[in-house]
Ligand binder design. Structure first.
Ligand SMILES: Cc1cc2nc3c(=O)[nH]c(=O)nc-3n(C[C@H](O)[C@H](O)[C@H](O)COP(=O)(O)O)c2cc1C
Length: 315
């Protein structure tokens, strides 16, 4: 079963992706950058640095990394695609799912879903860049769960590698259940390979989706992998992974992450500490509250490392 690592703004940056790929890479067939957008007419500086070969060389070479773009129209898409193609990317994902109100109200992400004409115009970008493989990542709609129906014809007529579906509306953000029934309808209506995304946090969740919807071509997982970086490996090796091996891999992953942020960031200890603490908003939810609190309250890196070591001992 193919598993894609979802883009998560603020978490799956280049350091994170490289560390994950080093320890768990065999279990993931694609990583995506968090959405990349324009600022004053060209690629946002921070996004460019994060997508550049300097930080992603090996993953770009292996074709493992797909940059995700967040354009609101075909002209913006052109600029983004041209700049990313110059870096060396041959595959790109178009974000039609971001639910943040500040983005959606500017007709970006899921804010485009109620406007079939604007989507058709945007997806024309695929006609002008024949050397690039495109995919889209979308929700059911912005307000209503049937908005996708108006888009099927355009989607089916656009050359796409795959369509990733997160079966919620934009208004729902991440609340409420994913709508599997509507996912099934979309899977039947879309002629491209379809990737399922949403709320997979255990191997059982993954196997359930695949047995209910066997035509699903891959699974995309986000928060489940932030919580348990081993999850894709556990899904692909049905027998599971030995507890000690998992613990060892997570320790190694954490070490590489810390080292990576120390080498990449120049904002000093405070910036690295903040970055590392952020990870624990999702990482290892099973760890005792007391141990997590010690990690998030640590005042310097030395204290942080000691509290992480103590927490990992309780795993
Ligand atoms: C904090 C946060 C940031 C996200 N950033 C992005 C993003 O940059 N691009 C994108 O397509 N989706 C983004 N997502 C959505 C995820 O990729 C994914 O679709 C969503 O979390 C549902 O999948 P999951 O239940 O496996 O996490 C983000 C989600 C969260 C919670």
């Amino acid at each position: 079963m193919q598993i894609h690592f979802a883009p998560i703004q603020g978490y799956t940056d280049s350091v994170f992706r490289n560390a994950h790929n080093k320890i768990f890479g065999a279990s993931i067939s694609k990583y995506y950058t968090p959405f990349i957008r324009l600022e004053k007419g060209s690629l946002r500086k921070h996004d460019k640095k994060e997508a550049d070969t300097e930080r992603n060389g090996e993953m770009i070479e292996k074709g493992l990394l797909v940059p995700q773009i967040l354009p609101s129209n075909t002209e913006e898409a052109d600029i983004l695609v041209n700049e990313l193609a110059l870096i060396g990317y041959k595959e790109m994902d178009i974000n039609l799912g971001c639910p943040f109100p500040m983005i959606a109200k500017h007709h970006k992400g899921c804010g485009l879903l109620p406007y079939p004409d604007e989507i058709a115009n945007l997806l024309n970008v695929t006609e002008r860049h024949k050397g690039i493989r495109f995919s889209i990542k979308m929700r059911l709609g912005l307000e209503y769960k049937y908005e996708w129906k108006e888009l099927v014809e355009t989607i089916n007529n656009t050359p796409l590698e795959h369509v990733t579906i997160h079966p919620r509306t934009g208004r729902q953000q991440y609340r409420g259940e994913t709508d599997l029934e509507t996912y099934g309808e979309m899977l039947a209506a879309i002629k491209h390979p379809v990737v399922y995304n949403g709320d997979i946090v255990t191997p059982d969740d993954a196997h359930l989706i695949m047995s209910r919807y066997p035509h699903t071509s891959a699974l995309m997982i986000g928060r489940g992998l932030l919580a348990n970086p081993c999850l894709a490996l556990e899904i692909s090796t049905r027998s599971g992974i030995k507890h000690e091996e998992k613990k060892h891999k997570i320790e190694e992953f954490h070490e590489i992450l810390l080292d990576g942020y120390q080498k990449t960031y120049d904002g000093g200890e405070a910036q690295i500490l903040l970055k590392m603490k952020t990870l624990w908003e999702y990482l290892l939810p099973g760890i005792e509250k007391r141990e997590k609190k010690r990690i998030t309250k640590s005042k310097n890196l030395q204290e942080y490392i000691a509290s992480v070591q103590a927490a990992l001992m309780t795993l």
